[in-house]
Design a protein around this ligand. Sequence first.
Ligand code: SF4
Length: 1022
Amino acid sequence: MLFNRRQFFKICAGGMAGTTVATLGLMPNVALAQTRQFKLLKSKETRNNCTYCSVGCGMLLYSRGDGAKNAESSIFHVEGDPDHPVSRGSLCPKGAGVLDYIKSEQRVKYPEYRAPGSDKWQRISWDEAIDRIARLMKEDRDKNFIEKNEQGTTVNRWTTTGWLVTSAASNETGWLAFKVARSLGMLSLETQARVCHGPSVSSLAATYGRGAMTNNWNDIKNANVVIVMGGNAAEAHPVGFKWAIEAKITNGAELIAIDPRFHRTASVADHYVPIRAGSDIAFLLGIINYLITHNEVNYDYLVTHSNASLIIRDDFNFDANSGLFSGYDATTKQYDQTSWAYQKDENGFALRDKTLNHPRCVWNLLKQHVSRYTPEIVNKVTGSPIEGFLHVCRSLASTKTNDRAATFLYALGWTQHSYGTQIIRTAAMIQLILGNIGVMGGGINALRGHSNIQGLTDVGLLSNRLPAYLELPKDSQVSLQQYLDEKTPKPLGPNEVNFWGNYPKFFVSFMKAMYGDKSTIDNNWGFDWLPKWDKTYDVLRFSKMMRDGQANGFICQGFNPLAALPDKNSIREGLSKLKFLVNIDPMPTETAEFWKNHGESNDVDPSKIQTEVFRLPANCFAEENGTIVNSSRLLQWHWAAARPPYEALYDPEIIARIYLRIKELYEEEGGAYHEPINNLTWDYQDPEGPSAEELAKECNGRALADMTDANGNIILKKGQLLSGFSQLKADGTTSSGIWIFCGSWTEQGNLMARRDPSDPSGKGIHAGWAWAWPMNRRVLYNRASADKNGQPWDPKRVLVKWNGSSWDGNDVADFTATLSPSSGAGAFIMNNDGLGGLFCLNRLVDGPFPEHYEPFETPITNNPLHPNQINNPVARAFKEDLARLGDASQFPYVGTTYSITEHFHFWTQHARLAAISQPEQFIELSENLANKKGIKLGDTVKVTSYRGYIKAKAVVTKRLPTLTVDGKEVETIGIPIVWGFTGQTKKGFLVNELTPHLGDANSQTPEYKSFLVNIEKVTTAA
Ligand code: SF4
C-alpha cells in the first residue's frame, strides 16, 4: 500500500504514531516480512556532536566500510550518545534527522565557477579554482594594501577583501583561517557571532568580566526559578531545555516565560507574560525598581561581590528629560566617557562606602535611575499586564535568600536589537542584586545558537579582535609598549587579582604561536605584522563598503550573508559590485546564487552582474576531527566518521592551498608588503593539510625553553605542551594561540576528548567530560558562591570553599587557588575592581546604566520616558540606512523573526526529513488582526516593510496576543526565518527582505527582532 505525504500525515494525525503505522504493516511493507538483521552489525561507531545548535548533543555516527585501503566508509545511521551528560541520548527533530543533511543529494560535489555576466555554473578543477582565487586576492591586496596611514604610522592593513568564517566549523579550522587572514592584513574578518550573540560578549564581559554563559546546561536543574525571556529554549534548544523541566520536576522550580508570543516554552511554563518586542529593558529595569523599593535585595552579596558601594565621580549624570548620559556629543553621536568613572584615592584605588549611604555610590545612583520604571510605566511601554509583571518580580525576589537561586535563559530575542547589549546587562544586574551569580542554579545563561559560535568567538574571528578576547591593536597605538600599556589594566583595589594584568603574557605567547622563531624581542614580537584598525570592519560596515564600491572580494566560508545579513536587497546590491566572491560550503547557499534568477524570490538579471563567483565543496561536521565549544564553554573533541564526499576537501586543506598559492605568487613576483605572509608558522607535517591535532596543540601552546619551578626543578622540557595559562610568559619562552584554551591538550593528552560522565556531586558537575575553558571550571565566578570568609552561602550547594590553605569543593575555583579570602580580593577576577558591575565604567559606548530606547522602527512613534530621545543615540546606523526606515502610518505592525524546532537556519532546507516536516514558508498573526484584514488560515499573504516583501502562508493563531502600548493597540507578526530559494523545501523568500540594516551600539548586531511591516492577503487558501 502506498501513501502520499498528505495521506501519511493524515493517518498520524488520527492518533497513530509513525511507528504504529509501520507495525501495522502499512509501511514499509517488506520490512516486517522477515527477521531483521541487527542494523549496526559490522558498523563502526564514531563519536561526534550535533552540528546545529550549541547544546552540543552527543551523537554516535555509524558507518560501514571494511577498512580496506581503498574502501570508503559511509555513514548510514545516527543516534544520540547515551553517555553524554547534557543530552543523555536525546536528539531533537533536526538532530535526529541529521543523516539527511550529511547525505543530502544537494551537497556541492566539485568546484564550480560562474563567469561575469553568465547565468550558469561551470565545473572547474581544484587547481584552477585555487590558482584563480589566489590571483584575484593577490591583485586586490597589491592594489589596495595600506602600509602607513596619513600620520605615517605603520598599519599594514587590507580592507577591500573580507572573510566570513562560519559558525559550525571546528576551532582548529577557525584558528587556521584566523592565521591566514591576519597574515594577509585583513581587517574585515568576521563570524556569525556578529549577527547573533555579539551583545552577550559585550554585556556580560562589561558586567562580570567574561562574555560567556555563566553556568551550564546541567546546572539549570539546580534553579528554583527559571526565567526564559528573549528566547524560546523549548523550540530553539530543545534538548538543553530538558534541564529546565528537570528543575521543575526535581527541584519544584517555577518556570516563567516572557515573550511577545505564547510559544513552545510558554506552553509548558507555570506563568506566561506577554511583552511587546523590543521593550525588554523597561520590563527589567522595572524589576530592579521593584526589588529596591520592596527591599528585596541580598545585601550581603551585593556589598561583598558587586560595585554597589563604590563612589562615582560628581560630574557623571543621567538627564531623564533628554534621555542622555553625561558626555554626549550630538555632532559625533558618541559619548565622552570620562565622567563614567570611580572617585579614587591617592593610590589610584576606587573609593568605597560599604554602608551604601554615600549619595554618589553606585547603589544610590542606580536607585535614582530606575525610580522612573514604576509598574505603570512598565505596562505603558511594554504592554505587559501589571499583575503579570508583578508576579515575575515576586518570584525573582524569592531568590534573594542564600538557599534559592534564579536563572535567566535567553537567546536572540535579547541580542538582536539596537540596544541588545543593554538588555542583557539589565538582567545581569538583577542577578547581582539577588546574589545569583557564581552560584549553582543561578546565572545569566546565554544560549548560543550555532554549534561552535562560542568557539569561533573565542578564536577571535571578529574584525577588531585577537584570540581569547585580546584586542587587535588600533592605529592610534603606535608602539607595542603603548598598546600593552593601554590594554593592561591597573588594579582598582590594593589586592585585586586583576587577571587582565597578565595581558602581555597572553599577547606575546599568541605572537609566538603566529610567528614562531621569527617573532623576537628585537622586532617587538612582530607587532608591526598585525594589521592596525582605524574602525571596526564589522559586517554592517563591510556590506556598506560593498554597496559603496569600496570592497572587491569576499570569502564566505560556511556563511550565507545574503540570507544572514539584514536588508537583503542592499546586500545583493553590494555583492553585485564585487569583483569576486568565494563560497566554501558543503551546501549550495543563496549567497553563492545571488546572481541567479530564482523567480520572485530572487528576481535578478545575471547578465548585469559582473562578479566572478566560486563555489568550493567543503566537509561537514561528520567528516572532520576537531573541537567545537558548546554554549557552556565545553570544548568537545569529535571524530570523522567518513571522508568528505565527491571532490569535497576539508576546510583546512582549502585554506592551506589558497594561502600557499598566494605565498608562492609573492615569492615569484613580489608585491605589497608580504613579510607577515612569509613569516607565518607553517610547520605542519603536511603543509597542504594541517591536521586538527596539530592545530589544537598550537592553540594550547608549548614551552619554548625548559621551564622550571621556584626551586629550579624542570617542570616542562622545551617543546612540551603547557598545562595551563598560569605558565604563560611575556619573555618569548612560551607560545599559545588561544590562551583561554591553554590546558586543553597537555602532556597528559587531549583533555577535550575525555568521556567520563560521572558526577560525584550529584549537582550536574561532570568534570571528567571533555574540558571547559577556563581551566575546566564549570560555573564562572564561583568564588562568589562563598561569603567574604570563603564559606559557601548555601552549604547544600557548594561549588568552592576556602579550607584554610586553598580553595576546594565540587568545581575548580575561579580564583587564585591559594589566595586567602582575607586578602580582600574580589570574586570577579577579570574586572580590575574584582566586583560585578552594576555600574560598568567605560566598557560600553551607550551608558554605564541601561536605559529604555525604542526600536528604530517603533509602532508608538514615541519614547514614553523621554520623547526627545526616542532611539539609542549611539546605535550603529549609517545615514543611508536611516533613509530606508518606514513609519507606523504605512507599516503599522511589529515584525519579529525567530526559528522553529524542525529547521536550523538555512541549512536543513537541504535535509529531506526536515523539508518534509516543515516544507513551506509561513508567518503568524493574531486572530484579531486576521479578522480585521480578512485573512484566514492557509491564505497566502504578502508582508511588506519599507525595504522589501515576502509572501507566505498565513497561520492565524491565539499565540500572538494583541497588546495595548502607550494607549495604542499593537499587533505583532511572527516571521520564521528558515526558508530560502535553494534546497528541498518549497522555494521561499529570505526574511531579511524585510529587516533594517542597523545594529546594536556596542556589538553592531542587527535589529532583527523588532521592525515595522504591513500585511495583506494575496490569495485565498484552496
Ligand atoms: S539541534 Fe541542538 S538540541 Fe537538537 S540535537 Fe542538535 S544540539 Fe541537540
